[in-house]
Design a protein around this ligand. Sequence first.
Ligand code: IPE
Ligand code: IPE
Ligand code: MG
Length: 246
Amino acid sequence: MRSAAGGQRAASDDGIPAHVAIIMDGNGRWATQRGKARTTGHLAGARTVRSVVEHARRTGIPVLTLYAFSADNWRRPEAEVAALMSLFRRYLAAEVSRCLENGIRISVIGRRDRLAPALVRGIEAAEAATRHCRDLRLRLAVDYSARDAIVEAARNTDGVPMTRSGFVRALALASNDLDVVPDVDLLLRTGGEQRLSDFLLWECAYAELVFTRRLWPEFTPRDLDAALLEYRRRDRRFGAIEAAAG
Ligand code: IPE
Ligand code: IPE
Ligand code: MG
């Protein structure tokens, strides 16, 4: 398989996507269905993150980007936003040692200027501690908007030739990512909605889209395997007539 949009590294021949991106949706509904507060759903969602990250590493997925908080999620009630921010901080603090043991490099993409200083320090510490890890690149999207990142990249291309690869570099910088990752091969969304909600719009130009009704807190490694199987069944043509050769 080859990657078309930005000329980045291609998906590997073994059918493992070079980059999987997940819109982790349905935490609120999962909690509401059980008569619990939405924040309980977010806590349960964090447990799913652990199991899915671990499974992605075991499976050999090189890059995993998880949509944790969109720029539009600031529109939620203050108490829910505060609970999510506190969960991110605790997640990062708790996961660094597990990531070090498992060779997982953490990066956080999105704006940082609206995050609490303690959270920004936690992000910087997690990124610095795991920078050398090579088995899985885990990118968490927090206060992220793909459209804002594209506008920011367009603003910052001074002196860089306006080519696809030049723009892709500017886009990585605009998202606070230090280096370019491959385009998304597989975009998965839980919770039943079939939309992108401003996630990785450029990077998903030729992504295979898989939607599942499963709510994020009940998503399991087996569901990830099912999505990977579905991905392998897809015929990726990138505009040509025949599927790109292996
Ligand atoms: C996704 O679950 C998590 C975040 C957006 C932070 P939701 O909180 O959107 O859950 P639903 O869609 O309301 O069920
Ligand atoms: C998208 O989910 C953002 C995250 C999963 C972090 P939303 O629940 O915010 O998206 P919409 O509002 O249904 O489009
Ligand atoms: Mg939602």
